[in-house]
Write a protein that binds this ligand. Structure first.
Ligand code: BG6
Length: 454
């Protein structure tokens, strides 16, 4: 529940895909669960001109389309919810349009008796973040808090992340910055450590192997332009896979100690020579194939992808947590698009036990047996919140436990950058794998097995 006095939310990037697919449905879910309180208002901000009633209609359509079965059944509720929304066309390069936005915000707060607490959700194209942040600071009401929620990617490498961080710190303090990694909002991630304790797992440093596997059947969809610059390593490993690993092995429960999470990332042994990259990292790119019975095109034929692109859509790597307790535990991270099926999970193998935690589909499996009672108990959520809804409500409450601190971003890029640099140096045509399969052919993965099984 938000604090008494209500809240004003700004969604920057209001006409974008993320807002439509994730944020509006998440806000609706929170409103339905009574977690936005009685009084709240949302200003959608984007560059394009849109009449307020057109925007309200967009919000209704987006929530209906992306709320599963609830969507169409609750159309009336959704229409009532969307009346909390209004629109503002803002050119982020233009100070005057921010002044207008600030006036609009004051007006809404006065009219609705809101307290002055404001949450700004930055769901813009990442190259606009720095520029936008400078002006967003001017949106403080002067009467309550102003918090900034920043979507990924936070930079494209260490240098750009540092530059974005500097821009943000010119106007905000770290305490008011909420960097989203939506995997940290997933229910199974929240109960990960409890699940391991409840099935009486030995300490994780006794594991023979830890594997984090984030496999997808979708391709790059409409995001070819972004993805072709990013690739799987930066899109999924730098953030989600490393955050899962750090959450799993940090020596404090539930990410309650920021230092402990960050330490895990800082302990990762650098993979920073061409030989080390060849031995420990496999990459590939999907060709054409069949997924879920549908023929799909090769990555290079996707819209906005370069026809000779060398960008990886699959990456698997073996790494070592170079701390005394962990040095003998092989860690294996793997992610890819256009694979056989969507499957995100963590598997921990001990000498006499295997534990498998499925984030998607949900599952807690112990030595091949589903722990159904434990699943039902740990995953029960009366409000059925999704990851985004959970994170938004925590930002409203000022709880930063499941948001990513700048130190973690820095540590993650510090580890990722040398791998990218070695790929640039070691020019080799990328291996293709058939869409709908298991990724690059087995032969390519042999070095990984040798390293991790050693
Ligand atoms: C996003 C990536 O962060 O996570 C996407 O940019 C990916 O490429 C998505 O598809 C996967 O999220 P989830 O929750 O569907 O596993």
């Amino acid at each position: 529940m938000t604090e008494q006095g209500g809240v004003l939310l700004f969604v920057f990037g209001a006409t974008g895909d993320l807002a439509r697919r994730k944020l509006y449905p998440a806000l609706y879910r929170l409103a339905r669960a009574g977690m936005l309180g009685e009084r709240y208002a949302v200003i959608g901000v984007a560059r394009r001109t849109r009449a307020p009633h057109e925007y309200v209609r967009d919000v209704v359509e987006a929530v209906c389309a992306h709320s599963g079965a609830d969507g169409h059944a609750h159309r009336q509720d959704i229409e009532a919810f969307a009346h909390h929304f209004t629109y503002s066309s803002v050119d982020i390069h233009d100070e005057q349009s921010f002044e207008k936005l600030a006036q609009q915000a004051d007006h809404i707060e006065r009219a609705q008796g809101l307290s002055g607490n404001r949450l700004v959700h930055l769901a813009l194209a990442p190259d606009l973040f720095s520029e936008a942040v400078r002006s967003i600071a001017s949106l403080s009401s002067g009467r309550g808090w102003l918090r900034l929620v920043v979507e990924k990617p936070f930079g494209t490498d260490l240098a750009s992340a540092q530059s974005l961080q500097r821009s943000i710190m010119q106007s905000f303090t770290e305490v008011d910055v909420y960097r989203i990694d939506h995997y940290l909002g997933k229910h199974m991630v929240r109960v990960l450590r409890t699940a391991l304790q409840r099935i009486a797992c030995p300490p994780l440093w006794e594991a023979r192997r830890i594997e984090v596997s984030l496999l997808e059947s979708i391709g790059v969809e409409q995001r070819g332009a972004y993805y072709d610059e990013s690739g799987a390593l930066r899109d999924m490993v730098q953030n989600h896979a490393l955050q899962l690993l750090a959450t799993l092995v940090c020596d404090h429960d539930a990410r309650s100690s920021r230092d402990a999470v960050c330490r895990v990332l800082e302990w990762l042994r650098p993979i920073d020579t061409v030989d080390a990259v060849r031995a420990n990292v496999v990459r590939g790119q999907y060709g054409a194939g069949v997924v879920d019975g549908q023929a799909v095109v090769a990555y290079r034929d996707e819209p906005h992808v370069h026809p000779h692109s060398q960008t990886e859509t699959y990456v698997a790597l073996s790494c070592v947590i170079a701390a005394p307790l962990w040095a003998d535990v092989p860690v294996f991270l793997r992610t890819g698009k256009r694979l056989r099926q969507k499957k995100s999970d963590i598997t921990v193998q001990f000498a006499h036990k295997t534990v498998h935690i499925g984030l998607h589909p949900h599952a807690i499996v112990h030595d091949g047996v589903r722990e159904e009672a434990l699943e039902a108990e740990l995953l029960f959520d009366p409000h059925a919140l999704d990851a985004y809804a959970r994170l938004i409500v925590e930002a409203l409450k000022g709880d930063k436990t499941y948001f990513v601190h700048w130190d973690e971003v820095r540590a993650a890029w510090t580890w990722i950058d040398p791998i990218v640099a070695c790929w640039k140096e070691d020019v080799q045509p990328i291996a293709l794998y058939e869409a709908g399969g298991d990724g690059p052919p087995d032969a390519c993965q042999a070095p990984l097995r040798r390293t991790s099984d050693a």
